[in-house]
Design a protein around this ligand. Sequence first.
Ligand code: PNS
Length: 173
Amino acid sequence: MAIFPGSFDPITNGHLDIVGRSLRVFDDVRVAILVNPDKRPLFSVEERVAIIREAYRGNRRVAVDTFSGLLVDYAEAVGASVIVRGIRAISDFEFEFQMALMNRRLNPRIETVFMMPAESYSYLSSRLVKEVFQLGGKVTGLVPPVVERRLREKYGAASRAIEAPPARPRRIR
Ligand code: PNS
């Protein structure tokens, strides 16, 4: 079993791509959402769990869980020896490298495995999805349908994604 940890606020098709690739290598994947009281997420932990459960409904090889504290302690507690992380570009590398080595120092029994998503998701991030949606851009094809629906529910009629016409460029005088 491999753990795929993250914030998943919200989960994107890039994350789903990494889960899919992980399922080619590991029997089971546990998506583990970090409970971080210092962050103010768009979706609550409960909402993120529900979203991911819905995205993987019927797939018995994917489980969803939450954790707080050290990731390696969580991995040890659930009997996992592998952490999966996605790397989109070189810009991800430095932080991921630091994290993998720190995790190894904390618990050498746990290995980090990096996977690259499809090129078409290499620019995708949860932060950009939220920003684009809020500003009226389309996120279809970038997130699973359940996330699109939840984004609409979250922003309601106030969302420019639903109501407002596209922004017009303003002439610079
Ligand atoms: O989706 P994210 O925000 O890139 O995920 C980061 C995450 C949750 C994997 C990382 O912040 C984490 O593992 N946090 C748990 C605390 C911990 O173990 N910190 C030491 C890591 S070296």
